[in-house]
Design a protein. Structure first.
Length: 134
């Protein structure tokens, strides 16, 4: 499957697209032009830490539902050993997770958009300002 995907990538011109994207990224932000790496890295580290802390309450209901579903299927598998978990439980768990993600999608996207708006409004300023000398 991996070989087929690589062949499709190459036959559809994926390497050319990738090279063009890399070239255009250097045109948009040339290397060694004065990005304040320390400030940007500190800001991104704070962003990722906040995403983790604020993301846990968002995904914990999904984790709880999936744990309860796994416990239910373990109980069913214990009662009916001839009913394999792999034949029914995995597909049902995946469908349940997808259903929960669809239900929670708007809340998750709103929370993530608010988080990005709060933490990244000055990222272009940090990049344009360049490194602090002194």
């Amino acid at each position: 499957l991996l070989v087929m995907m690589q062949a499709a990538f190459l036959s559809l011109g994926g390497f050319g697209w990738l090279a063009t994207c890399i070239h255009e990224s250097y045109a948009a932000a040339p290397s060694m032009t004065g990005i304040d790496g320390v400030a940007v890295a500190g800001r991104l580290l704070a962003l990722f830490a906040t995403i983790l802390l604020e993301g846990l309450p968002i995904v914990m209901p999904l984790v709880l539902v999936l744990v309860l579903a796994s416990l239910l299927f373990a109980l069913i598998n214990r009662i009916l050993p001839q009913l394999s978990y792999f034949s029914i439980g995995l597909q049902a768990t995946a469908l349940l997770a997808l259903f929960c993600l669809v239900l929670m999608g708007e809340e998750m996207s709103t929370a993530f958009a608010d988080l990005l708006a709060r933490f990244l409004p000055d990222l272009p300023l940090l990049i344009a300002r360049g490194p602090a000398h002194g």
